[in-house]
Design a protein around this ligand. Structure first.
Ligand code: C5P
Length: 201
């Protein structure tokens, strides 16, 4: 059986956790597409050419320890604005989406560009303040030295770059169900997402 769930939205809105839980609930595979851009950005920070880095990504590039840093996140959103970088990553994502057994992909352009025919499209969002606080707590808990102001600045800068770029800008697909998680506990957001998927399966 093939079934694609596309989950898009701004940084730290809760897409990652939501995607993992929805994938677990239905036994689908999950791809965090942000990792492709983060791994490309990390290689560029280490001196590689951006298009060459995106074209030659290896599975171990997605397992580097530094992928969650703010520096890599910023580099990721810069390389993500380059059309040739995005083009190099399209096929892998589309193949993943159509694999047997179902797939959940989360990112910025899954419902609009990568999988415009996805069976379910969700756009997950939350207020800037809530997203910054969640990401601050998450990064601090994992030993990163960050400040609330620094995290908020990173998120708003990346959102603006992701929203305003010409190629595959972050946007809710017209047929996406919008879930605002600002005032939700994660399990309520998971329940809402699960209901949408179940209704279409
Ligand atoms: O989701 P995450 O915050 O890990 O993504 C890092 C960056 O990668 C984003 O800020 C965005 O610029 C880029 N990205 C993208 N398209 C995707 C996923 C991520 O442009 N589908």
């Amino acid at each position: 059986m093939k079934f694609t769930v596309a989950i898009d939205g701004p940084a730290a809105a809760g897409k990652g956790t939501l995607s993992k839980r929805v994938a677990e609930e239905f036994g689908f595979a999950h791809l965090d597409t942000g990792l492709l851009y983060r791994a490309t950005g990390a290689r560029v920070l280490a001196g590689a050419d951006s298009v060459e880095a995106a074209t030659s990504l290896e599975p171990e590039d997605m397992e580097r320890d530094d992928l969650r840093t703010t520096a890599v996140a910023q580099a990721a959103s810069k390389v993500a604005a380059i059309p040739e970088v995005r083009a190099a990553l399209v096929q892998f994502q589309r193949d993943f989406a159509r694999r047997e057994g179902g797939a959940v992909l989360d990112g910025r352009d899954i419902g609009t560009v990568i999988c415009p025919d996805a069976d379910v499209k969700l756009f997950v969002t939350a207020s800037d303040a809530v997203r910054a606080e969640r990401r601050y707590l998450e990064l601090s808990a994992n030993g990163h030295e960050v400040t609330r102001e620094g995290v908020l600045r990173d998120l708003t800068e990346r959102d603006a770059r992701d929203r305003d770029r010409e190629t595959a800008p972050m946007a809710a697909a017209e047929d996406a169900v919008v879930i605002d998680t600002s005032d939700m506990f994660i399990h309520d957001a998971v329940a809402a997402a699960t209901r949408v998927v179940r209704a279409r399966i």
